[in-house]
Design a protein around this ligand. Structure first.
Ligand code: FES
Length: 257
């Protein structure tokens, strides 16, 4: 006889316990776990469980979410110790002892909501937009690209700024100023865009003390990315380009623009 599906086995229990880390800075000296019992529904994701708690048990529980479909990047949390989008994480897939905590490496504002100001500053620092002084005006038509030109940056352009890679990165945990995986990957994405002329400007930032050379190439950023962006490889490529640029400036200063 065919073995019953894991979800059907769980549904027989009808209820699961979920531990959610809570923290109210005005009241609590440190974060603590609260346990809630919730009814299990078929194909329930972790965000559904949080919404059930908020609607039915504890209206003060605070967390971020918006699109519910892995696009806005706002629902990141540590689920059973791993950085995940709660809207895409099926309870069936994470085991019985479900714990939800705020993303690691970020200061907690309240419960699962973390302070992302430092990430927003780092993101802006790498200028993740097209820089092109000579771009033709829109009235003169689109700036077309070939499929091959798009392929050069497409993977890195899938980033949704969910910051799971920061939560997973050991260097972010020890070096506050490290620019970090997503911002560096986006810098690489714009450098590779045929419409862009800002590579040299960005390299000054990404090859600085806070930039790519801080990366120890553990690769956790790439393994947790829900969109298959590969910050680890983007960072290694930026290291190579930055090093070649430095060598050129040292050996051929007159010829480097
Ligand atoms: Fe938008 Fe999860 S709610 S990515």
């Amino acid at each position: 006889m065919e073995a019953p599906r894991k979800s059907l086995l769980k549904l027989k229990k009808k209820q699961i316990a979920i531990k959610v880390k809570g923290y109210r800075p005005t009241k609590d000296s440190e974060p603590y776990f609260q346990e809630y019992k919730i009814p299990l529904k078929p194909d329930m994701v972790v965000l559904d469980a949080l919404n059930y708690i908020k609607d039915n048990i504890d209206g003060s529980l605070t967390y971020r979410w918006s699109c519910r479909m892995g696009v806005c990047g706002s629902c990141g949390s540590n689920v059973n110790g791993k950085p995940k989008l709660t809207c895409e994480t099926f309870i069936d897939d994470v085991g019985d002892n479900l714990t939800v905590e705020p993303m690691a490496r970020f200061p907690i504002i309240k419960d699962l909501v973390v302070d992302i100001d430092s990430f927003m500053t780092k993101l802006k620092d790498v200028k993740p937009w097209i820089i092109n002084e000579t771009e033709k005006p829109i009235e003169k038509g689109e700036n077309l690209q070939t499929p091959e030109q798009v392929d050069l940056y497409k993977q890195q352009s899938m980033c949704i700024n969910c910051m799971l890679c920061y939560s997973a990165c050991p260097v972010v945990g020890t070096e506050d100023d490290f620019i970090g995986p997503a911002a560096l990957a986006l810098s690489y994405r714009y450098n590779m865009d045929s419409r862009d002329q800002g590579e040299k400007e960005r390299l000054k930032i990404t090859s600085s003390e806070e930039g790519v050379y801080g990366c120890s190439w553990i690769g956790e950023c790439t393994s947790v990315c829900p969109k298959n962006v590969d910050p680890a490889i983007a960072i290694q490529k930026l290291k190579l380009t930055g090093s070649l640029q430095t060598i050129k400036e040292l050996l051929l200063p007159k010829f480097v623009k």
